[in-house]
Write a protein that binds this ligand. Structure first.
Ligand SMILES: [Zn+2]
Length: 321
């Protein structure tokens, strides 16, 4: 079973800007209970926001907290509402992020099996703010419809079963009671985001062997910069334009400048393609073709075959392209 290290968790909304209501329940209060059970086991950082006084401010504050942690898998807890009749369980993920889709579907399947909820399945989005604006991979869980009596009867009777099933889908075994390595055979290690400053200085005499983990984090980026003799070796892939295809490049710094990165420009020169410094789908596809990995234009998480091939080259001291 894949282990998805849960780095942050939060409940949506707050008392100043509450979400949905129904059956005498309020969304942020129910989601809080679930969120607390979640972080008790996963030890994820709590990114809940109680300060925002508008829905927008609440979302911005939550995502700012998520991006300060900036690693691996984020979970957002919500409840749906519609017309009192609609019911069931669903999980949202960023469209095109295959790892997120698999995780979202696994959570749906496990939770619905454990509770008898109607399985509405994994749902793709490019518009939900906590998913679109956060670094790493975020899933947003709708724990049933708060205005459905059927759903809330299930949730009140089986909340622990539901939470444990979701944790199981993420690779945490319920019985592990908070162990960070709950029985999964594949451990997905979160890759830290580059910190703004100061940049740790690599030892020039002892090039470290990279873990071939398929995750393009700061260590891999810095080694890549060293091997290709870039002037700046800061472990960052600067000024990238965020897209679904490159959002899993943990070493990337996203902004709207379109300036691009010198490392990517150098790579594009080596590949004989347009040198704009932006690691978008065309550049990713060209790198994949050059390395003979699946040419889908996406850097997948937690493990990209392309990045693994790059890491192998870097460990051998050669430029990947
Ligand atoms: Zn909500």
């Amino acid at each position: 079973m894949t282990k998805y290290n849960n780095s942050t968790s939060h409940r949506g909304h707050n008392a100043r800007t509450p979400g949905a209501a129904g059956n005498g329940l309020r969304e942020h209060e129910v989601a809080q209970t679930i969120h607390e059970k979640f972080i008790k086991v996963t030890k994820a950082v709590d990114c809940t926001d109680d300060a925002g006084t508008t829905a927008n401010a609440n979302l911005v504050n939550i995502v700012a907290k998520m991006n300060r942690v900036g690693i691996s898998f984020h979970v957002s807890h919500h409840l749906n509402a519609f017309n009192g009749q609609a019911n069931g369980f669903e999980v949202w993920y960023f469209a095109g992020n295959e790892t997120a889709r698999k995780l979202a579907q696994a959570i749906c399947d496990e939770v619905c099996k454990a509770t008898g909820w109607v399985n509405r399945g994994a749902k793709a989005t490019t518009s939900l703010y906590v998913i679109r604006a956060s670094v790493g991979t975020a899933v947003l869980i709708e724990w049933g419809f708060i205005d459905s009596k059927r759903d809330m009867d299930i949730l009140s009777g089986k909340m622990d079963d539901a939470v444990n099933a979701a944790l199981k889908a993420m690779g945490y075994s319920a019985s592990s009671g908070g162990s960070n390595n709950g029985g999964g055979s594949t451990v997905t290690t979160p890759t830290p985001q580059p910190t703004p400053s100061p940049t740790p200085t690599p030892s020039p005499t002892q090039p470290t062997q990279l873990a071939v983990d398929g995750s393009l984090g700061p260590l891999t980026a810095r080694r890549w910069q060293e091997v290709t003799k870039m002037q700046i070796r800061d472990g960052r892939i600067s000024h990238q334009w965020r897209q679904a295809q490159n959002q899993n490049i943990h070493a990337a710094v996203f902004d709207k400048t379109l300036i691009g990165s010198n490392l990517i420009r150098d790579t594009q020169r080596r590949l004989g393609i347009k040198q704009d410094g932006l690691c978008g789908p065309q550049t990713i596809t060209a790198m994949q073709r050059a390395k003979g990995t699946t040419a889908d234009g996406f850097i997948s998480a937690p493990q990209s075959q392309l990045v693994m091939a790059i890491q192998q080259d870097l460990n051998a001291g050669r430029s990947p392209f």
